[in-house]
Every structure is written in structure tokens, then in C-alpha cells.
Design a protein around this ligand. Structure first.
Ligand SMILES: Cc1cc2nc3c(=O)[nH]c(=O)nc-3n(C[C@H](O)[C@H](O)[C@H](O)COP(=O)(O)OP(=O)(O)OC[C@H]3O[C@@H](n4cnc5c(N)ncnc54)[C@H](O)[C@@H]3O)c2cc1C
Length: 406
């Protein structure tokens, strides 16, 4: 890279937010590159359950909340991308499941049935008859209700890889240590180590921070007091076993609140091993427990919810991870993606993976409002420099990184 390289748009952070932004804005004609500190998707995105919500899960209080409404279009937008008809080409990405399921035990059943019969929900939800139940609900001991929701679950690693492959020339592995605001349209990017000689500089005319929890540190380094961020921690249990013990399932167990008591997604660990990854109340309530304590609680809860199953052959672990979001005064969950702009510095959090397309719409509106040029010129990074600045690769998934299963 030459001294004082200036790039029109620099994106910091290679989770789903940064990658989707890169894809959309490069396609729109902006000159842009992305820097990722480690591996693409290595924090929240790769740890997500891959559920593309259309809001139904949040509508369980009995009405379509604001959050549910803004999510409604998302499954179709993502499906268009998977079919090659959407804003980002995801034809190489994989769907784990076309549907999500909702199940309730007997005591919840009447309330749920009444609600789903309402006209708000009938178009999106199908009440299944016993003869249509598949594993693990096809057992006589299961006496609850089962609903099928037309909202997909995606293999997020393959989504990230699909975007990486298309834009790999513009995605570099390098931690941004800090930013110096030289002027309102000149942001000097400071890296953790210099690949080239000490006099080398890289600047951005426009900067987009999509570094998840990393946004907080980057903003603090600039002495920006806004926007503020919050973390909502989770301790996600996971269990692995042979495929015949853990059938593939993508289901929310309904509890007394709008938050599912447990959300189970399944992922292949090897040709003959499946992982169940557990979210919902169990992951929120587990914060503060040790991994051993959380495993004990998860075993008990899973056995309560699915008494007909035998988990004795499973091995267990848990992942501690924070959701990073814009700050809400009472610490509650934000309902929509957040995009803030000060001069030519944009900070964004999608809040939900599913809502990333809405977040990027807002970023593009901001680029247009700021009058950022669409620059057809090639990138001022030559081959030699690209070689010195390594290309970022896609991360392993959390269960692939577990060192010790209990
Ligand atoms: C356990 C869990 C399950 C979830 N499940 C779902 C789900 O099923 N459906 C759904 O819609 N949403 C889900 N979410 C929410 C969703 O995962 C997040 O909203 C989304 O992934 C956030 O993406 P992001 O790109 O903003 O952040 P991240 O994925 O965290 O990416 C930020 C990236 O920035 C990089 N970075 C940080 N600092 C720097 C720096 N200084 N320089 C360079 N790079 C930097 C990091 O290494 C990281 O790769 C879940 C979240 C969690 C935690």
C-alpha cells in the first residue's frame, strides 16, 4: 500500500452487518473496503441461531408489536436473496430449515390456539395435526400443540462465506486500533500493527462502524459520547450426540412470556454428529452461572420439556456471549436496527441478524444524504499491498471451537 492511501468508504467489522453493507454499497457503485479484526462472523453473527424472524415469535403477547411489524418483511427479503432474486446474492448459502416450529405443552395450548386463530396470524402459521408431526414430536408421549411457521433458519456460516467469496478482494483481516478524525471527511485508520513501514497511512473519506461490541471502543477513542451502546449477555447451552439421538429440529417452546422458554436449533458437527444449540429464556437466565451450572440447568429444563427423550448419551457445553445493541434507557431490547451519522462517520447495529437488510437501507440513505460520491475508480491498493494485508477468512462456529465437552 502506498503512503497516504485514501479510500472513499471504509467499513470496520466483518459480521453480517459489515458484510451486507459492503455487498450492497459496492453493488451501488461506492468504492469500499472492509477490515475485520479476526475471522468473518467470529463474534455475534456466527454465534447466532440463524433464525430469520418475521416477528411472530414476538407477537405472542397477543398483538403484533412494533417489533413484530418491522420484522414482517424480512423472511421474504432473505428468501429472495437465497433464490438469487434479492439485493445480495445468497445462492451459495444454505437453509437449515424452510420452517420454524412452535410447540406448547398442554397448559399453554388453549391460550396459544386462541391467539393463532386470530386473523393476524393465520396466514403465517399452520396448526399441525398429529399425523404430520415429525421427530422429535412424533412420539405418543408428546401431548402438546405444534405449529409450523413459514420463516427459514439459515446456515449463517454459509451466508457469510457466500458474501466473502463475491467480495474477497475488498475484505482484509486487520484490527483497527483507533481512528483519528483529521477533518469531517478525513478519518485516519490506525491499525494494531503496521504491515508496511511506519510512515504508511490509510484514510477514509467516509467511515462505517459495524464492529458490534467493538463500536463502543472505537467511538470512545474518538471521544464521541453518542451513540451509546448496551450489552445484553447470554449463556447459550449446547449439546452434541449422534444424529439418531438428536434429530434436526428448529423450534421454539412457548412459555408464559413473549420470550420463548427455549429455542432449539440444530447444526451438523460432523457427518454423524448433531449439535442442539439452546436459546431463549434458558440462555438469558443462565447469565452469571458457570458453564457446569448452566449445563446442569439445561439438562433439567430440556428433560422437563421433552420427557420422552433420552439425553444420557449427550455431551454438553455453553457459550457466553453478549448481544451488542444501541442503548435503550431501561436496558430493554431495541425493536429496530440503529444507524447514526455524525459528519461522514456512520455507526450501525442491526439488533437482529434478520433485520440487517433494513439497517443497510438506512446506511444507504445516509450515504446519499451525506452526498458521498459513487466512484467507479478501482481501489488504491495494489497486488503487492493486498499480499501484505491478509484477506479475512470465515470463522468456525461456536461448537467447532469447544475445547472440552462435559
Ligand atoms: C447467541 C445469539 C443468538 C442470536 N440469534 C439470532 C437469530 O437467530 N436471529 C437473529 O435475527 N438474530 C440473532 N442474534 C442477533 C444477531 O446475531 C446480531 O444482531 C448480529 O449478528 C450482529 O451483527 P454485527 O455484524 O453487528 O456484529 P458481530 O457479528 O458481532 O460482528 C462485529 C465484527 O466486528 C469485528 N470487530 C470488532 N472490533 C473491531 C476492530 N476494532 N477492527 C476490526 N474489526 C472489529 C469483530 O471481530 C466482529 O467480527 C443472536 C445473537 C446472539 C448473541
Amino acid at each position: 500500500m502506498r503512503n497516504n492511501t485514501v479510500i472513499d468508504v471504509v467499513i470496520i467489522g466483518g459480521g453480517i452487518a459489515g458484510l451486507w453493507t459492503l455487498a450492497r454499497i459496492r453493488q451501488a457503485g461506492y468504492q469500499a473496503v472492509l477490515f475485520e479484526a479476526e475471522h468473518l462472523g467470529c463474534v455475534q453473527s456466527g454465534a447466532s441461531q440463524g433464525i430469520i424472524h418475521g416477528g411472530t415469535k414476538y407477537a405472542l403477547t397477543g398483538k403484533l408489536t412494533h417489533s413484530a411489524q418491522s420484522l414482517q418483511q424480512m423472511p421474504q427479503r432473505w428468501k429472495d436473496c437465497l433464490d438469487g432474486q434479492g439485493e445480495v446474492d445468497l445462492r451459495q448459502a444454505k437453509k437449515l430449515s424452510k420452517y420454524q416450529y412452535l410447540w406448547s405443552n398442554k397448559s399453554m395450548a388453549s391460550r396459544i390456539t386462541g391467539f393463532f386463530a386470530s386473523k393476524v396470524m393465520t396466514s403465517r402459521m399452520q396448526h399441525l395435526q398429529k399425523k404430520d408431526f415429525s421427530a422429535p414430536f412424533d412420539q405418543t408421549d408428546f401431548n402438546g400443540e405444534l405449529y409450523r411457521l413459514d420463516e427459514p433458519v439459515l446456515d449463517i456460516q454459509s451466508v457469510i462465506e457466500a458474501i466473502r467469496e463475491q467480495f474477497s478482494d475488498f475484505i482484509f483481516q486487520r484490527e483497527v486500533k483507533g481512528i483519528t478524525e483529521v477533518s469531517s471527511d478525513n478519518y485516519q485508520i490506525n491499525f494494531s500493527e503496521q504491515a508496511l513501514n511506519k510512515t504508511h497511512r490509510l484514510s477514509a473519506k467516509t467511515l462505517i462502524l459495524t464492529a458490534g461490541a467493538g463500536n463502543e471502543k472505537l467511538l470512545a477513542g474518538l471521544n464521541y459520547s453518542q451513540p451509546k451502546m448496551q450489552r445484553r449477555p447470554l449463556l447459550m447451552p449446547m449439546l452434541k450426540a449422534k444424529k439418531n439421538i438428536l434429530p434436526k429440529m428448529y423450534a421454539h417452546c412457548l412459555g408464559a412470556s413473549a420470550l420463548p422458554r427455549m429455542t432449539i436449533t440444530s447444526h451438523s458437527l460432523s457427518a454423524d454428529q448433531t449439535v442442539w444449540y439452546l436459546g431463549g429464556e434458558i440462555a438469558e437466565q443462565g447469565v452469571g452461572r458457570t458453564i457446569e451450572e448452566q449445563v446442569k440447568c439445561a439438562k433439567k429444563e430440556l428433560q422437563n420439556l421433552m420427557p420422552w427423550m433420552d439425553f444420557s448419551q449427550c455431551q454438553w457445553s455453553a457459550l457466553a456471549i453478549d448481544r451488542a445493541e444501541p442503548k435503550i434507557a431501561d436496558g430493554s431490547r431495541p425493536v429496530e436496527p440503529a444507524v447514526f451519522r455524525k459528519n461522514q462517520l456512520i455507526t450501525a447495529w442491526p439488533v437482529k441478524l434478520a433485520m440487517t437488510p433494513i439497517m443497510v437501507d438506512k446506511i444507504i440513505d445516509e450515504l446519499e444524504a451525506a452526498g458521498i460520491e459513487k466512484n467507479a475508480q478501482s481501489l488504491p491498493l495494489d497486488d503487492k499491498d493486498s499480499g501484505l494485508m491478509p484477506k479475512a477468512q470465515t470463522s468456525q462456529l461456536p461448537w467447532e471451537k469447544v475445547q472440552l465437552w462435559l
